[in-house]
Design a binder for this molecule. Structure first.
Ligand SMILES: Nc1ncnc2c1ncn2[C@@H]1O[C@H](COP(=O)(O)OP(=O)(O)OP(=O)(O)O)[C@@H](O)[C@H]1O
Length: 266
């Protein structure tokens, strides 16, 4: 289904055209001694523009490898991956499990770092950075250093930095796994708002089936040995998702389906 809007929540600008098209994509890594490990067996998949894709699967099933291939951080061993993002220099932003902010730079300077390296003029960059700081809820912390922030605030800064260049695709590899549950739930809701406001295509890897079901308009289930795409779900839960979503029978059914899928992959 397509995400549905109600109230003052505008539906994300989800389109029918694929922004990520994967055909026969595979990846193997050479190991010591000449053996190789098939991290991702040939996979075909199309991700529509504006989708929120949750990716789940047991450890070692190739989730991070898939994100790194989409980001161009790894070369494919076979197949192709096409991004319909036009001629932009940085089509993807990446948020990792650890915020990896530069410790000697303020929140503001960390977020403007990609803009500096892209040669964006100071005045235009400053306006953009303030917009992002407000978007991720860090207003008032512009001059703080990373060590003065909580884990959740550091992840907010990392999200803002990943969005600095305005990439159409945001890749997130277990972004909230290091924060406490309450903060994680708050960050989930904030991420949904950011998605709604920006219309980005988001791919988020998580070990939590509840998080996957709560956030995703689509879910990719992967399985290991060798890593492969086992199944995809188109999620039939309305947006906006709120804590009430977690009381819906459809949410519970999806979570239990995902648990069963993961048990079956073990
Ligand atoms: N740079 C590398 N060199 C060799 N093998 C690698 C490399 N990166 C990943 N692998 C292997 O590829 C497989 C998939 O790894 P990947 O990190 O993508 O899994 P994952 O699903 O993200 O796991 P996790 O949930 O534990 O983060 C694993 O067997 C892993 O050991």
């Amino acid at each position: 289904m397509s995400p549905q809007g109600n109230g003052d929540f505008k539906s994300p600008r989800r389109k029918d055209r694929a922004v990520i098209s994967v055909s026969g994509l595979s990846k193997s890594f050479k190991m010591e001694g000449g053996n190789s490990v098939l991290a991702l067996s040939p996979m075909d998949h199309h991700i529509p523009e504006g989708a929120f894709v949750s990716i789940v699967g047991p450890s070692g099933c190739g989730k991070s490898t898939f994100l790194r291939l989409v980001a161009g951080l790894e070369d494919a061993s076979g197949g192709t991956i096409d991004l319909a993002t036009g001629a932009i220099r940085r089509p993807v932003g990446f948020v990792f499990q650890d915020a990896v902010l530069l410790p000697w730079k303020s929140v503001r300077d960390n977020i403007r770092f990609p803009l500096d390296t892209s040669g964006v003029k100071r005045a235009a960059g400053n306006a953009r950075v303030q917009e992002l700081i407000d978007l991720v809820g860090l207003t008032g912390f512009e001059d703080a250093l990373p060590k003065q922030l909580s884990g959740g605030m550091r992840q907010r800064a990392a999200i803002a930095r990943a969005l600095a260049d305005d990439p159409p695709i945001l890749l997130m590899d277990e972004p909230f796994s290091a924060v406490d549950l309450l903060t994680r739930e708050t960050l989930n809701d904030e991420l949904l708002k950011i998605w709604q406001q920006t219309g980005k295509t988001i791919l988020l890897v998580t070990h939590s089936v509840e998080e996957a079901a709560y956030l995703g308009s689509e879910i990719m289930v992967m399985s290991p040995r060798p890593g492969r795409l086992k199944k995809t779900y188109s999620v039939d839960l309305p947006y906006p998702r709120t804590p009430d979503t977690k009381a819906l029978p459809g949410y519970h059914a999806l979570v239990s389906d995902l648990r069963r899928d993961l048990r079956d992959t073990e």
